[in-house]
Design a protein around this ligand. Sequence first.
Ligand code: SF4
Length: 283
Amino acid sequence: MTALEDSQRIQRIALQRLESLQRAGVLQLPKAAVIEDPAEEPVDEIAVDSPQIAKEPALPPTKAAAKVTAAMKTTGQKTATQETAAKSRLSKCKEELALIQYEVARCTLCGELVENRTQTVFGVGNPQARLCFFGEAPGADEDRQGEPFVGRAGKLLNDIISKGMGLTRDEIYILNVLKCRPPGNRNPAPDEVTNCRQFFERQLETIQPEFICCLGAIAAQSLLETTTSVGRLRGQIHDYKGISVVVTYHPAYLLRKPAAKTETWKDIKILLDAMELPIPKRS
Ligand code: SF4
C-alpha cells in the first residue's frame, strides 16, 4: 500500500468513525486544551497524545503563527491532491465493477443455473466500502429484482446493518458467492462455486474492503476454502488475502431459528470491535 493509499484509508476510517459516533448519539467531541500564554505553560505539562508535540519547544508568537500558516497550507495542498486521487480511484473502482458485472450478465458457465435464472444478481453498495457482507446465492426475490438480500432475509440484514451496527446499506457492499439463483433454493454445487469464484474474487480485489462478514456456511467455506462448520468458524477473526473476516449465521437461518440472533449479536460485536466502531444506542 502506498503512502497516499494509506492516507486515504485513514481518512476513510476517520470519516466513518465520526459518522458512526454521530449516529450513536455523540454530537460533540471535547476540544483540545487552550494554552493562554505558551511562555508561562511548561511544554511537558500540555495534555497531548503525541510525545513529539509535547517535547517541541514553544516558539515566539510570530514564529508560531508562521509555522501554523505553513502547516495549514501544506495540509490544504495535500487534501486537494488526496481528493483528486480518491475521485480517480472511485471512478476506476466503478469502471472495474461495471466490467465484471458485464461479464457476469453474459456468463453461461453453470448450465442449470443459466436455464433457470431470470437475471444475474451481481452485488450492490459502496464500491469503496470498508465492510462487505458476503452471502450465498440469490433467492427468488433477488432473482426477480436483481439485487442481493431484498426479501425477508434482506430486511433482517438491514436491521443488522442499521440497528446492530449503526451503518447504512450505502456505506457497505453486499455480494454473494453465486450470481445466479440455484433452482428451488438448493445449496450451490461445488463446481458452481468454482465457476463463480473468479467473479467474487475480482469484486473483492476491486473494492479492497478491510472487513468481510460471511453470512452462513456456504459463504464462509467458499471464501476461506475450508470445510469447517460455521459454529467452529464463529468467534474469531480469519484472514482472506489480508482482509479480516468474521463469520456469522445467514439471516435466512435466523428467520428459522430466532434464538440464534443472540449468537449473531456476539459476532457483530466482534466485528464492531475490530472496525473500532461504537455499539449503537438501542432505540
Ligand atoms: S453462477 Fe456465476 S459462474 Fe455460474 S453461470 Fe452464474 S455467473 Fe456464471
